[in-house]
Design a binder for this molecule. Structure first.
Ligand SMILES: [Zn+2]
Length: 369
């Protein structure tokens, strides 16, 4: 009798026991989708599953020390993963096409580069560039991995499966329609609804819950020398990846967020424009997370005025102390709406992030004035 145990935080126990049961009963589905907020540990769980499925220990799986368990930890095991790449990276040659002695980077080299980052921190929410996607060529490369007809169990983790474009999705669907025996696919995504319905219907779907503050703090602290402050914990929304991101970035952007609200409120735009230009908002994701911080601050000000408990205490109080007159509740709710709109504009990529932020600084309190 083989025992299975998947490691992970208590808040996600229910999902793990469901998976453990199907492993024990030898009924594990050949394709699984793990979905949940960015940074809650979908890839960490996928790696636990990959170990459990491929482990060769006769009593306890994953054992953590057999060849197959170790392989899951190895960034060089590129065949176990499908990772989104930028289009020029995905168009690079495959390892078999490169002549001996060539220094040209292959698709495997690029994949390994991202896997190194991922295995250092499987909770990271910014290990890829935003332009990365799973192309049809990457999906087709899966086929070549299943040539060997032996008893070895193969498991492929498809990270950020929602970045598959249409032709990639259709190519994956074809593979899922006839999954080779001894082969398992684990898809991870933060938005299941972006996957084809026909793909979803071929997979078992499991959802990964957000974590308790205590769990976020305990896990995120292992990856951040700065430690996890109360403010960072508030911004994390139960996601370890968000906590790690904000622990690093908050000291760099909190002053800008305060300046943004203050100067917009006082209508001093020229200095603010300059500060925004010097900050790094080339990546849309950075700008969206900055807007989230602004939204948190505005929400906190609303709470402060209505005498509810605030979440970003030091930041919010700094803002309150800095201004002679605070924006009214009405002005703040108008601002909140404008922030959401700006975030939407950036995510749909119609306008560049910097331009959206500059326009927002002029118009954030407009509906009110
Ligand atoms: Zn093992």
């Amino acid at each position: 009798m083989i025992e299975y145990e998947l490691k992970g935080p208590l808040s996600q126990e229910q999902t793990r026991s469901r998976l453990t049961l199907s492993l024990k009963e030898n009924k594990f589905p050949q394709a699984v989708i793990i979905d949940g907020l960015p940074g809650v540990g979908k890839k960490a769980l996928a790696m636990e599953l990959a170990k459990a499925l491929t482990c060769t220990d006769s009593t306890q799986r994953p054992c953590g020390h057999c060849f197959y368990c170790k392989m899951v930890e190895d960034p060089g095991a590129v065949k176990q993963w499908l990772i989104p790449l930028e289009s020029k990276e995905a168009k690079a040659k495959s390892a078999s096409e490169v002549k001996e002695g060539s220094t040209a980077k292959t698709v495997d080299d690029y994949t390994q580069f991202y896997l190194e980052k991922l295995k250092e921190n499987p909770y990271s929410i910014n290990y890829l560039s935003k332009a990365a996607e799973i192309s049809v060529d990457l999906v087709r490369s899966l086929k070549g991995r299943f040539g060997l007809k032996n008893n070895e169990i193969r498991c492929v983790i498809i990270a950020e499966a929602d970045t598959m474009n249409e032709s990639a999705s259709n190519a994956l669907l074809k593979i899922l329609e006839e999954v080779p025996s001894n082969t398992y696919f684990i898809l991870t995504t933060h938005s299941k609804e972006h996957l084809l319905q026909t793909i979803r219907s071929r997979c078992l779907s499991v959802h990964l819950n957000t974590l308790s503050s205590k769990e976020v703090k305990a896990i995120a602290s292992q990856y951040t020398p700065e430690g996890i402050s109360k403010e960072v914990l508030g911004l994390s929304l139960g996601s370890v990846g968000r906590a790690i991101y904000f622990a690093e970035i908050l000291p760099k952007i909190q002053d800008l967020a305060l300046e943004f609200l203050k100067e917009s409120w006082l209508q001093n735009h020229s200095n603010l424009f300059f500060s925004l230009e010097s900050a790094d908002f080339k990546e849309a994701s950075n700008a969206i997370l900055f807007l989230e911080l602004l939204g948190f601050l505005v929400n906190d000000l609303i709470r402060y005025i209505s005498e509810s408990p605030i979440r970003l205490s030091s930041l919010t109080l700094a803002f309150v102390e800095d201004l002679a007159t605070l924006p009214s509740l009405e002005a703040l709710s108008v601002a909140l709406e404008a922030i959401h709109e700006a975030s939407f504009k950036i995510s749909t990529r119609r306008t560049g992030p910097l331009m959206v932020l500059q326009a927002l600084s002029i118009s954030i309190f407009d509906g009110y004035r």
